[in-house]
Design a protein around this ligand. Structure first.
Ligand code: SAM
Length: 269
């Protein structure tokens, strides 16, 4: 199948009208390759036919949306960053607030949120809340169930193994983690954001977004953070011109919204 530009315009407009997802904000090459491959799996000969199939039932729509976004994840993904989280970032945040409000934005099936819940419970137990959001309903259902596959577990440090119980070749999160976690549907490219976050984690999500969408998102995260709050991004996602938005880089891939009265690097002379 080789859709024409006008076929894509119609397809994108249909998706936007039906589920308020603006596909123009995703990198076109990757996305279109994925959509064509999905259409071919359903034996559709054109995007128009594929849209007809998608519109047949809510289940078909869900099948399409779930495959649109790649949700690869892992517990303790990039373990060295989680060691910094435990040793430097969380102690600093807890000096300012005893009940942390945290957002795992683009949480997929909840590995990142469960990782942080395990660290909090083990080292900084308290009434903290981690809200995980994603557009992928199937991934969110798995996050709510707290189940993980064998490859998710391979980077879990020894002292945290107690939080993930082997069940055949899979793993289930320990019930102690439940009280920290809440998962709900959310579209980073369309929703109004909640505010007052101590920590926002958005890792390996924006790689699919256009440069403009990325820049807008980082500005919206800045507004959603408390002064002194931290944005934690993926290990290939250094924010270009972070200081222009107002962030201070505290460690690679950790960005801080300065405290009131504290100069951001941009304003420091
Ligand atoms: C590769 S996973 C990242 C999971 C986790 N943050 C990590 O780093 O391990 C990317 C996730 O972004 C989600 N995503 C893509 N576009 C989104 C959007 N517009 N709003 C919310 N989530 C989105 C996908 O559904 C997918 O679960």
């Amino acid at each position: 199948m080789l859709p024409k530009p006008s076929d894509w315009v119609t397809f994108y407009a249909n998706v936007k009208r039906k589920v308020n997802l603006d596909l123009d904000l995703y990198k076109a090459n990757q996305l279109q390759r994925r959509i064509v491959s999905m259409a071919e799996q359903k034996d559709c000969k054109s995007l128009d036919q594929f849209w007809t199939w998608i519109s047949l039932s809510p289940a078909n729509m869900e099948w399409f949306l779930d495959r649109l976004a790649i949700n690869v994840s892992e517990l303790f993904r990039n373990p060295e960053k989680w060691r910094e989280m435990e040793a430097k970032i969380l102690p600093e945040l807890l000096k300012k607030s005893s009940r942390l409000k945290i957002w795992s934005a683009g949480c997929s099936y909840g590995a990142e949120a469960h990782t942080l819940a395990a660290i909090l419970d083990h080292k900084f137990s308290g009434s903290h809340k981690i809200i995980g959001t994603d557009i992928d309903t199937a991934a969110l259902n798995q996050a709510k169930a707290g189940t993980f596959g064998p490859t998710d577990f391979k980077a879990v440090p020894k002292e945290y193994a107690q939080y993930f119980h082997a069940k055949g070749s899979d793993y289930t999160a320990d019930p102690r983690l439940k009280k920290y976690l809440e998962f709900r549907k959310g579209n980073l490219l369309a929703d109004r954001f909640d505010t007052g976050f101590d920590l926002i984690m958005c890792r390996n999500v924006v790689i699919y977004f256009t440069e403009e969408a990325k820049a807008d998102l980082y500005k919206k995260f800045f507004q959603a953070l408390k002064p002194g709050g931290i944005l934690f991004v993926g290990s290939t996602e250094r924010i270009f011109k972070a200081d222009e938005i107002g962030y201070q880089t505290v460690l690679p891939f950790y960005y801080k919204k300065p405290l009131l009265g504290e100069k951001s690097w941009r304003n420091a002379s």
